[in-house]
Design a protein around this ligand. Structure first.
Ligand code: MGP
Length: 255
């Protein structure tokens, strides 16, 4: 069944991607990772042990695949990010995009914390999109969160300056990641930025990137055209406020 989404500028049509075969591949709380699945140099079991930090409601039916487990933003951090971005970017559109949404942790937090909002998570992976839909439902935000399986670039290019801001936690390469420069990401970050400009209100680069905690600010600034404001904040988790990542916010805030 096709679903229509409206905003002041355009109408989107989305098609759910659901097959039983795909759903059978999804892990739930009843199916922790086997040794074979978590094998390799870096085990994912340490992430599995933190599943309730990622999703406090994990036992209510949250689902994830292997990549979704180690790349999801812990819930308290996702809420922290949503509040900062909501205060930072002008409230001139209700539409927020989570590009590379994975299993929907950030999308769900945006939908929960930003009101009014229509939050769209986009990811190329069908399994993670199914997980994300279900996770948003389990988290009670299905009314203002939607998920689209698509190429992130073409999706953003079609949004026609309607988006308040784009958030992205791009793939870092998994546990044991060694991302040091923009060219280490699996897609062209400069082209991604260009696509974000096409999507955002006034063609501005209203982008927030979630990057490894030791990622160099100078490297992150290479993405921004001269004169663009770039601000960084630490992303922490837990009572100990453990540093897990850095967020770089691009655009606006001058004077
Ligand atoms: P981490 O840095 O792998 O773990 O993930 P930790 O426990 O901080 O490292 P340790 O060496 O101190 O034990 C920390 C957080 O970063 C995760 O919870 C995710 O939010 C995010 N993250 C981790 N990885 C491996 C990825 C990734 O590959 N892609 C993305 N987008 N985020 C990741």
């Amino acid at each position: 069944m096709k679903v229509l989404h409206f905003d002041a500028h355009q109408v989107w049509e989305t098609t759910p991607v659901y097959t039983e075969e795909i759903e059978n591949q999804i892990y739930t709380e009843n199916h922790p990772f086997t040794t074979e699945e978590s094998s390799g140099l870096f085990s994912v079991n340490r992430y599995w042990n933190r599943r309730h930090d990622f999703w406090p409601n994990f036992d209510r039916g949250i689902c994830t695949d292997r990549e979704g487990l180690f790349s999801v933003t812990p819930w308290d951090s996702a809420v922290q990010i949503a509040q900062i971005l909501d205060n930072y970017y002008p409230k001139d559109s209700h539409i927020v995009v989570d590009a590379c949404c994975g299993v929907g942790g950030n999308t769900t937090a945006f939908a929960r914390c930003i009101s009014p909002s229509i939050v769209i998570g986009v990811d190329a992976d069908p399994i993670r999109i199914i997980c994300a839909k279900r996770n948003s439902q389990v988290s009670g935000v299905r009314n203002n969160a939607d998920f689209i399986r698509d190429n992130v670039f073409s999706f953003l290019n079609g949004l026609n300056h309607s988006v308040r801001f784009v958030f992205s936690s791009p793939p870092w390469g998994g546990p044991g990641y060694a991302i040091k420069c923009l060219e280490d990401f699996p897609f062209d970050m400069f082209a991604f930025f260009q696509a974000c400009r096409m999507a955002c209100v006034n063609g501005e680069e209203r982008v927030c990137l979630f990057l490894p905690r030791n990622f160099s600010s100078n490297e992150a600034k290479r993405l921004a055209p001269k004169g663009t404001v770039v601000s960084k904040f630490d992303v922490t988790t837990g009572k100990q406020k453990r540093l897990i990542a850095s967020c770089f916010m691009y655009g606006l805030k001058k004077g």
